[in-house]
Design a binder for this molecule. Structure first.
Ligand SMILES: Cc1ncc(COP(=O)(O)O)c(C=O)c1O
Length: 362
């Protein structure tokens, strides 16, 4: 008997993750491998998060707090919003999927930039919705064109700010004009995964907009600046009505107890956060100088990664760097076949990348 399944899922390609460090070590007989491929914090988690994890480990036999009440309270205080405006997810990835489950069906469409973060397309396709992709302009979201792509069938728009893989931002004014032009029934998901790294003064004060736009959902994460990607904790911020819709489709214990404990502690670790930003800023300058000296053009970033044009098939460059024990990300899958996306590392990692890249491009 042939198994029957939802044909919509045939539009989805399984996610192909970056190569794990251990696999690269084994495959190429290397002892020292660095990964600058997934925009993780090269400093790791902060000491307060690690000690909270150790404390929480002994209670691993207990189910986690299903409503993440301590974490929502701590986040609420920090962001000056009510806990009823917050939902916590198993990474912000989960929140994107929950939103798709709430708002999308097979006859609906979503609008997003091209290229942008792949999970938006995944979430839409999972629900059988069709995807409209609007090309970036000068590596930035073209919000007026995205607003024009919205029609009767559109239920969601994704705005990745800063955008992955370009690191560029839309400004407060641009976002506000966009929110004004999108019909009130269309949900705008504003993905701010890299918000803590942003240096540009024009970046939206999105929390200030929530009161005026009941269709605005902001997502953020503990995976980047807070260095907790392995624990999977992200959160969404919106008006309570929108949050309560997402709460309906959330699994009862979607966020593990260790992740919750570490995230609460990470919010207090100002020193780790400040140091992480500082290492990122000096790493960005180093990479900008490196790319300039190699005569490669790059996109100035507001994140912890840099998009650089190597002016040749970047899969080859990726492969040659791999052999030298440096894992980065080629952006073929984003439709940018001559670019690499390089996560900003520690000073030592950036120097190691510089040596390897100079050799590979020579
Ligand atoms: C733009 C963007 N949004 C969301 C995520 C996912 O973050 P999380 O680890 O919270 O699921 C990433 C991860 O790379 C990202 O780049």
């Amino acid at each position: 008997m042939t198994i029957r399944f939802r044909q919509e899922i045939l539009a989805i390609e399984p996610y192909s993750p970056g190569k794990p460090i251990e696999e690269v070590k084994q495959e190429y007989g290397l002892t020292d491998v660095i990964k600058l491929a997934s925009n993780e914090n090269p400093l790791g988690p902060g000491p307060l998060a690690v000690s909270a994890l150790q404390k929480a480990a002994g209670d691993a036999h207990l189910y986690p707090d299903g409503s993440c009440s301590r974490l929502r309270e701590a986040l609420g205080k920090k962001l000056a919003v009510s806990p009823s405006q917050l939902i916590v997810g198993n990474g912000s990835d989960e929140l994107l999927k929950l939103a798709a489950e709430v708002f999308l069906g097979p006859s609906d469409s979503v609008v997003m930039a091209d290229p942008t973060f792949s999970e938006y397309q995944f979430a839409a396709r999972l629900m059988g919705a069709s995807v409209r992709r609007v090309p970036l302009k000068d590596f930035r979201h073209d919000l007026p064109a995205m607003a024009k792509a919205v029609d009767e069938s559109t239920r969601m728009v994704f705005v990745c700010n800063p955008n992955n893989p370009t690191g560029t931002i839309v400004t407060h004014g641009e976002l506000k004009a966009f929110l004004e032009s999108v019909p009130a029934g269309v949900v705008v998901v504003l993905d701010e995964a890299y918000v803590e790294y942003v240096q540009d003064d024009g970046f939206p004060r999105a929390l200030d907009l929530i009161g005026d736009y009941p269709n605005l959902l902001i997502t953020r994460t503990f995976s980047k600046l807070h260095g907790l990607a392995g624990l999977r904790v992200g959160y969404g911020i919106a008006q309570p009505e929108l949050i309560s819709l997402l709460q309906r489709v959330r699994e009862p214990f979607n966020v593990n107890a260790l992740g919750q404990a570490a995230a609460v502690a990470a919010l207090r670790d100002f020193e780790h956060a400040a140091q992480s930003v500082q290492v990122n800023e000096s790493g960005k300058s180093f990479l900008y100088d490196l790319f300039t000296s190699l005569d490669l053009s790059y996109v100035r970033t507001n994140t912890n990664f840099v998009l650089v044009d190597v002016r040749r098939d970047s899969k080859e460059v990726f492969q040659r760097l791999l052999i030298k024990g440096v894992i980065i990300r080629s952006t073929h899958s984003f439709g940018l076949p001559t670019y690499l996306r390089v996560t900003v590392g520690t000073d030592g990692q950036n120097r190691r990348l510089a040596v390897a890249l100079r050799e590979v491009l020579a």
